[in-house]
Design a protein around this ligand. Structure first.
Ligand SMILES: C[S@@+](CC[C@H](N)C(=O)[O-])C[C@H]1O[C@@H](n2cnc3c(N)ncnc32)[C@H](O)[C@@H]1O
Length: 271
């Protein structure tokens, strides 16, 4: 899958020093998001052999991947040609371009299609957020969080990537935003008691484990509250989301900024 969110040539391989444990595990176990897995193993192996501090960090940060990292590195050549090494680094960076762009959140609004074309009116039309207590799960750089904060009493932005949490906290400080709190958390294990929020929303987050994640969103939502899935305008993945409609979520369409239908979803929680 190619997202075209970054020019990998602009990034140092040291960007991998900013990855979280769950990202390293995901990357190592899946082999990046591109299809040429043999090429990925060779490239990241060459890049790690040429950057031993990054190899050390990946193993220390994600000990469950240490054996696999050693194996990949041992099976890749130890190159000395700088151009060949850089080619391998660029392949490795491009293979996880979403993780890499999260290390530079300040350019996401321009570079990420789902943020660039999106209008906050799309969120406001999905549910009444006025004076509500809202949770944004996997808040990223805060596309939904800051839109909701204009109406809501409180918005809690849960996000498992530290560089993105820091970006949102800096924006809050810079703009004097008083009703947003940023915290760590995964969709499948949200750090909140049952029935906490009036609205629980997400965009481009749920999907690794539909059953656990959707149940968890509903758990922290009050009876009568709303679950919203509002992914933004991205031509690449705008299609009916059967795992949501089959679980009773209402499907709503609008014509996105790229001229085709965007599918968004909502469900009122009955307990
Ligand atoms: C494509 S971004 C979308 C960000 C934001 N929701 C938006 O629509 O602007 C996906 C986000 O989900 C976060 N994420 C990835 N896996 C997650 C998980 N298991 N639980 C919660 N968030 C996750 C990522 O760190 C990233 O910030």
């Amino acid at each position: 899958m190619v997202l075209d969110w970054i020019n990998p040539e602009d990034y140092s391989f040291n960007s991998f020093l900013l990855l979280e444990r769950f990202q390293i595990r995901f990357m190592m176990e899946s082999g990046g998001w591109r299809n040429e897995k043999a090429e990925w193993r060779r490239s990241i192996g060459v890049a790690m052999n040429a950057n031993p501090a990054v190899k050390w960090y990946l193993k220390e940060r994600c000990p469950e991947c240490a054996e696999l990292i050693n194996e990949i590195a041992a099976n890749a050549p130890m190159l000395t040609d700088a151009a060949e090494i850089r080619k391998a680094e660029i392949y490795a960076l491009a293979s996880v371009e979403d993780f890499v762009i999260y290390t530079t959140p300040e350019i996401m609004a321009e570079q990420c299609d789902f943020i660039r074309g999106w209008s906050k009116e799309r969120l406001v039309a999905l549910a009444d957020l006025t004076d509500k207590t809202v949770l944004d799960v996997g808040a990223g750089s805060g596309r939904l969080t800051f839109a909701a904060a204009e109406k809501a009493a409180w918005v809690y932005a849960s996000e498992p990537v530290g560089t993105l949490r820091e970006f949102m906290r800096q924006k809050i400080g810079r703009e004097g935003i008083k009703n947003v709190r940023v915290l760590d958390g995964f969709a499948a294990e949200l750090p909140f008691p049952d029935d906490t929020f009036d609205v629980v929303m997400s965009g481009h987050v749920v999907g690794d484990n539909w059953d656990n994640e959707v149940a968890e969103l509903a758990r922290v939502c009050k009876p009568g509250g709303w679950l919203l899935d509002c992914p933004g305008d991205s031509e690449r993945d705008m299609m009916p989301v059967v795992p949501l409609t089959s679980r009773g979520w209402e499907e709503i369409h609008y014509v996105g900024s790229f001229g085709k239908d965007v599918y968004i979803h909502r469900k009122q929680v009955g307990k």
